[in-house]
Every structure is written in C-alpha cells, then in structure tokens.
Write a protein that binds this ligand. Structure first.
Ligand code: HEM
Length: 439
C-alpha cells in the first residue's frame, strides 16, 4: 500500500485555505490542480479534502471501488441532506438501492419517448409567448421551462403560474449552499439567510402538496409520482420519503438542465460560426417542430450540448468519503478521507483537451471520443450513483435547443463576461439578458 501523502496549500491556522476558496472556488480548485497535481490536500471550513483529478483514480472512486466511497453528509443536517433527506441524491445504503430500482424505469426506454411531447409542447408554448426584439433573462426562462417539464413528465401536474414562486424559493434555498462558512450556521439560528431559507422550504413544501393534489386528478399510476404512491400503498414507503423524492426531482431535475441550456445559448451567441452551423443543421433536418427521430440526425446539436457541459459542467464537483483505507494514483487515502473529483478542473485539463478554454463543438468527433480516457469527461458522474436523469436531460436539452433554435437566435444585451458562482451547481451570478431575434 502506498504511503505517499499528498501535498497542498498550507493555508493559515484555523482557517486553512477557506478564505482563498470562498473568494473564488473555481479558480482555487484550478490553482491547486496546477500546483499540486493529480491528488492534492486542501483544508477548507475545517474539512480536509483530497482533490483528485486523475481520470483513472476518479474511475476507482466512482466505479471500480465505489463500495468504499459513500456520499458524505457535508455539513450534516445543515447540508443538502437536511433539505432532501432520504431522497435519491442524498441517501446511502439499502434505502438508496431500493429507491433507485423503483425509480429507474421512469428514466429509460419508452418512457423517455413519452416525455418528448411534453418537452416540445412546453417549448413551443414558450416560443409563442416571445416576439422579435423581446428582452429576456434566458436563465430565468430556461429554469421556468425545465421546471414545467420535470413536474409535468415525472410528477403528473401542471404548475402554471407557480413557476416564479418555485424558482425564487429554490434560489433562496440554493443561497444556503453557496460556499462560505455562513452556509453552515445551524438552521435554528435566525440569521437573515436562514430565515429566508426556512420560509422558502415551507413555500416549496406547500407547492409539493399542491402538486400531489393535482396528481390525484391528472397523474397516472405509472408516472414517477404514481410509482412512488404505489409503493406507499404497499407499505414500502412513507409520506416523508415521498416528499423527499419530490423535492429531489424539483431541484435535481430542473436546475442542471436549465444551466446547460443557459450556457449553450450564451456560448452560441458568443461564437457566430458555431451558431451558424447549429442553425444550418436545424434548418436542414427539422420540419415544423423537432421529433425524437430528428435527434439522430442532429449531430452538431449533440456536439454543442457536450461541449457546453465540458466548459460549464453544471455539477462542477462530486464528493465522496472513503470508508476504509485506499490508494489513489499512488497516494495513501486514510479511512474517512473526503475526496473531491472536480469536473470543472478535469474538463479543462490540456492533457485531455487541446486549447481547453475554447468552445469548439467540432472537437467531439467519434475518434476523439474513443481516445478520450474514461472520466476525463463526466458531466453526469459515473458508476452506481451516476445521474439517473442523464438520458432525460440529454434529450430535453437537445429538444429544447432544437425547438427554440429553429425559430429564434439570441443576442447578449451586454458584453460583460459571465460571472459564475458555485452553489450546489454553477450559477450565473447575474441575470443573463438576451434579445430574442426571430429567424
Ligand atoms: C444536464 C443535466 C444534468 C446534470 C449535469 C446532472 C448531473 C448529475 C451528477 C453529476 C450526478 C451524480 C452526483 C454524485 O455522484 O454525487 C447526478 C445525480 C442525480 N441526478 Fe442528475 N444531472 C442532470 C439532470 C438530471 C435530471 C433531469 C434529473 C431528474 C429528472 C436528475 C436527477 C438526479 C438524481 C435523482 C441523482 C441522484 C442519483 C443517485 O444517486 O442514484 N438529474 N446528476
């Protein structure tokens, strides 16, 4: 067993590197990787973390030795686990395993085809509400759209008129997870941020109950919520666990896809040549509204989505905690070490991607995909805890881009570069204002 101990920034007493991290978490992770290599030790917010950027070692953590790496409850009940409880994203062990099996069929095979009508229908409705020259915040529009889609397809309800309230509440909730020591002030302490957090969770819980009532009328037994309710009827799931899965779907099921779409529109508007190819392909394949069959021919569109998630992976880092001692890339990993595998850093590593900062959808040729080491690109994670919504998200992102891109182009209102803040996912700090241009 290796006894090499990874090195890392010294930091200062008590705080470690917390201040540098809080100042700019993404740059900090990059700097650590540049200076200390494949496995580095960092100390933030009283937590020692080993940052791992070697694809082989990441594969070991997520896939080949996955049983030795559980999901950590960073921040304990004050972390994401406090909000999502035993929902699929945050649970471990037997409960997770059973839930994953119960929920899996809603995300694969024919089910995905059924969602296409909802995705395209909601996108057309949105397009019909726009006109040439309209100013929009594309991030808000994409978030509200993906919320509508996920609630309608998986929870069997319509949230017309509630999108703004849900989004605002979800953003307030997200604020609590913005990096910084303030995030882990116990929930009971009435700081302004905590008060807003608790109020927002209450609003979301009210909305989940309303979605449940709507499902009684419009839902079916075999949509995701119907499946969960069936489990309850059989005594295998309680009310609280159903609430936790619904909250997980609301959060995990819309935010990441909305960000992918926002960054795709942003990058296309900044790269006219790529935007031209994107439109040209749509014009030659799509007649009227796009269909699932069209997706097979929309090769450039797929490359745009992949390249967007390379440069701006919405889930920018994955955390695990070692159960027992292990070895990663020749370094000793003591039991209980928290390990981070940052997509943000690996996706921008020039060992794997030429000119890594450039937006170049063309780079995703079949040959380059074959040659890329596994886990040099992993926007959806991997192994048993791989994103359950990966197929759903890819299909959704492509169908939304194809529907809206067939009708419109989007121009950034200002030249100010995007400023990003990593919450649970990487968000634009400010509204991303764009002008809708009819094509
Ligand atoms: C572009 C869009 C998306 C991205 C980039 C993304 C990314 C991820 C990643 C990286 C993980 C693994 C986290 C870990 O290993 O700790 C994950 C898990 C998960 N995602 Fe996604 N996701 C996306 C869309 C979706 C959608 C559309 C849904 C649901 C409708 C969803 C639901 C989930 C759930 C429930 C888990 C936990 C799975 C488990 O642990 O069994 N995601 N996602």
């Amino acid at each position: 067993m290796a006894d090499r101990v990874p090195s890392g920034p010294e930091g200062v007493p008590f705080l470690g590197s917390s201040l540098q991290y809080a100042d700019d978490p993404l740059r900090f992770m990059e700097r650590v990787a540049d200076e200390y290599g494949d496995v580095a030790r960092i100390d933030v917010y009283n937590q020692e973390v080993y940052q791992v950027i070697d694809p082989g070692a990441i594969r070991r953590v997520l896939v080949t030795n996955a049983t030795n790496y559980k999901k950590p409850s960073l921040g304990g009940d004050e972390g994401l686990g406090g909000l999502l409880g035993d929902g699929l994203l945050t649970s471990n062990g037997e409960h997770w395993q059973r839930q994953r099996k119960v929920m899996q069929p809603s995300f694969y095979g024919d089910k995905l085809n059924e969602y296409a009508d909802i995705i395209v229908g909601d996108s057309v409705e949105l397009a019909d509400s726009w006109h040439d020259g309209k100013h929009i915040d594309i991030h808000r529009e994409m978030s509200e759209l993906t919320l509508r889609i996920v609630v309608e397809s998986l929870l069997g309800a319509r949230i017309d008129g509630m999108e703004r309230t849900i989004r605002k509440a979800l953003l307030e909730v997200g604020e609590r997870f913005r990096p910084g020591p303030q995030g882990f002030v116990p929930e009971e302490v009435p700081t302004p941020r905590n008060v807003r957090y608790r109020r927002s969770v209450e609003i979301l819980d009210r909305i989940l109950r309303e979605i449940g009532r709507q499902h009684d009328v419009h839902g079916t037994e075999d949509d995701l919520l119907g499946t969960l309710l069936g489990e309850r009827a059989e005594g295998r799931l309680d009310e609280e666990s159903i609430r936790n899965e619904m909250m997980t779907m609301l959060l995990a099921g819309h935010d990441t896809t909305a960000l992918t779409l926002t960054y795709a529109w942003y990058l296309l508007s900044k790269h006219p040549e790529a935007e031209r190819k994107f439109h040209q392909e749509l014009d030659s394949v799509v007649e009227g509204s796009p269909t699932v069959a069209d997706l097979g021919e929309l090769d450039y569109l797929e490359k745009v989505v992949m390249e967007t998630m390379r440069l701006y992976p919405p889930a920018y880092v994955i955390y695990r905690q070692a159960v027992e001692t292990d070895e990663l890339a020749g370094y000793h990993i003591p039991a209980e070490t928290v390990v981070s595998t940052p997509q943000w850093v690996v996706h921008r590593d020039e060992r794997f991607f030429d000119d890594p900062e450039a937006f170049r959808p063309e780079r995703w040729t079949p040959e380059s995909r074959r040659e890329l080491p596994e886990f040099a690109y992993f926007p959806f994670g991997g192994g048993p805890r791989k994103c359950i919504g990966d197929g759903f998200a890819m299909r959704e992102a492509k169908l939304v881009l194809a529907t809206l891109g067939s009708k419109f182009a989007f121009e950034l209102v200002s030249d100010t570069p995007l400023s990003l803040v990593p919450f649970v996912t990487i968000h634009p700090e400010n509204p991303v204002e764009m002008t809708v241009c009819a094509r």
